[in-house]
Design a protein around this ligand. Sequence first.
Ligand code: FPP
Length: 261
Amino acid sequence: MPQAPQTLELLEQEVRLHPVPAHVAIIMDGNGRWAEARGRSRVEGHREGSLSVRDVTRCARRVGIKALTLYAFSAQNWARPLTEVHALMDLLREYLESERAEILENGIRLHAVGDLDRLPGSVRGPLERLRADSAANTGMLLTLALSYGGQEELVDAARRLAEKVRAGKLEPSRLDAAAFHAELPTALLPQVDLLIRTSGEQRTSNFLPWQLAYAELLFVDTPWPEFRAQDLVRCLRGYQGRERRFGLTGAQVRSERVPPA
Ligand code: FPP
């Protein structure tokens, strides 16, 4: 007998029965190709993609993900045609204004990483207000990576550390992974457990290189504008079927349940 399609609610219940990744990061790729394949403008693809942002964020909160980080605009995206850059900035502003109430009502903490000074005031204003107004919230940490580049972030941190050494404030031998992590502007973010990239490309594109060290990587063919709550749930089930070993053997992990170092 064919199986009845499961409702989203049932699928989410099933996900909650197993360990849910604490930090999920998403490379929301494929907006442009999705639109072009339909004879529509790339900007329409981004607009449809912002509906996916809303749907996926709600689902992430419902299933108990503690931190969700979305790659919304890379440091390299500034080089795109000006009309596309402006449209993306408009979409970000609209998103921050329209989601503000829901973010605050649901105890979500909004955070942003990247070179935020490059953002136009129309985005930086609502972003900084929502960041400040949600700072004490203890629900899901929703981080937008904006004007973000992972290599840029690492180089900046290295430069600051070098300055501390030069000023005699840091002994090089005391620099370990924890101290390096603390120096990053993304220090608030825990290590990523699951990275999802949509639209078939299999690369990480300068996104959170430090934080992805032990992440499970999941590449799906669905373009971002079509990626909705059901797709997130499917990815989470895929993650739950994996064994994370953190450099140990499978036998060690299964017998000792050793936490990552
Ligand atoms: C990559 O697809 C996507 C982006 C560069 C922008 C992502 C932006 C959104 C999803 C909408 C606005 C964001 C929020 C948070 C409301 P692409 O354009 O590179 O796709 P392509 O590879 O098919 O050209």
